[in-house]
Design a protein around this ligand. Structure first.
Ligand SMILES: [Zn+2]
Length: 324
């Protein structure tokens, strides 16, 4: 039986239940830790806020969540473990590194002056997947990689190559970040070209575009698509995300889609002005899909079983590594 690592220990894909595949307890952009004038919420406030969010999800029947924060974006696995313990909720964390434009790249780029960093990155990812993260004993359950407003940069190619190595060495799946729903096909081609089976990959933020030909290309090549930014109207209106999702389900690709919001519950520092953030959080929160998007999918003709599969069957099959 396939095991999957949560921040509080191993479980099975069957035991996960309804799973949101991309939400964040905490994000901290590199540099936020030096803004001591605006530190963001205290540790206690962070725990309380995250517990509250998870209780709201549990009330809707959601029992698990992936927080794919890469190691260089404020990832706090001890916060995750404390919240998971308090709520008796399955939380999966990630190893991996963020896109070049917004990650903590200085260290790796300096190191690249002396040769390839792929093996060192791969060793770090593997250790986080097998031994645990930085002495905590908390193991990552997935690998996160990312690209920005262009196809893979040389730095990102190193990260992706290391991710492929770590995935093949450990059997861990991979989830990605794309901007504007672009270059996911390039990500898929790169990873499968380095030996990762397509069905072990979620191309994240695919709902950043309504381009059904792009979605279909990735789906036909055998990966999962993350429709995982519901409520982020700032980047792409939900009307577009819903219509594109309904088209894919009606086109027979419903088994290959996972859903989420990419909501962020706590920030290091203060990257978004408080008023703007409060306004955004009215719909950009982890209850939005079940309370507001599912009814719109029903109105668009999507059946109840197909909607439920997005949360239950598809994450289970992805983590179990079952062929599509
Ligand atoms: Zn995210």
């Amino acid at each position: 039986m396939t095991e999957i690592q949560t921040v509080t220990g191993a479980t099975t894909p069957e035991q996960l239940g309804r799973t949101l595949m991309h939400e964040h307890l905490l994000i901290g952009y590199p540099g936020s830790d030096v803004d001591w004038v605006n530190p963001g919420p205290s540790r206690r406030e962070r725990v309380e806020r995250c517990v509250e969010r998870i209780e709201e999800m549990k009330a809707l029947g959601i029992t698990a969540m992936l927080d794919p924060c890469p190691s260089d974006l404020g990832r706090d696995v001890e916060l995750m473990a404390e919240v998971a313990q308090r709520t008796r909720f399955s939380l999966i964390c990630a190893t991996g590194l963020y896109k070049e434009a917004e990650g903590a790249t200085a260290y790796w780029k300096f190191k690249m002056n002396f040769g390839s960093v792929v093996d060192a990155m791969a060793e770090l990812f593997i250790r986080e997947l097998t031994d645990g993260i930085a002495g905590t004993g908390i193991r990552a359950g997935i690998i996160k990689v990312a690209t920005g407003h262009a196809t893979l940069t040389p730095y990102e190619q190193a990260v992706f190559e290391a991710a492929a190595k770590a995935s093949l060495a450990t059997g861990a799946p991979i989830t990605t970040h794309t901007d504007e729903g672009r270059y996911g096909d390039d990500q898929q081609a790169f990873l499968t070209g380095h030996g990762v089976p397509a069905h072990r990959i979620v191309i994240g933020h695919s709902c950043g575009t309504s381009d059904t030909a792009y979605h279909t290309k990735i789906a036909r090549s055998g990966s999962y698509l993350g429709f995982d930014r519901f409520g982020l109207d700032l980047l792409q209106p939900d009307t577009e995300r819903v219509a594109a999702l309904a088209r894919l389900i009606q086109g027979g690709f419903g088994r290959q889609i996972v859903v989420s919001h990419d909501s962020v519950w706590c920030w290091n520092g203060a990257p978004i002005p408080t008023e703007a953030l409060e306004q955004m959080e009215k719909i950009w929160n982890p209850t939005h899909f079940l309370t507001r998007i599912a009814p719109r999918l029903r109105d668009a003709g999507v059946g109840e079983a197909e909607i439920d599969a997005l949360l239950l069957d598809n994450p289970r099959r992805f983590f179990a590594g079952e062929p599509l």
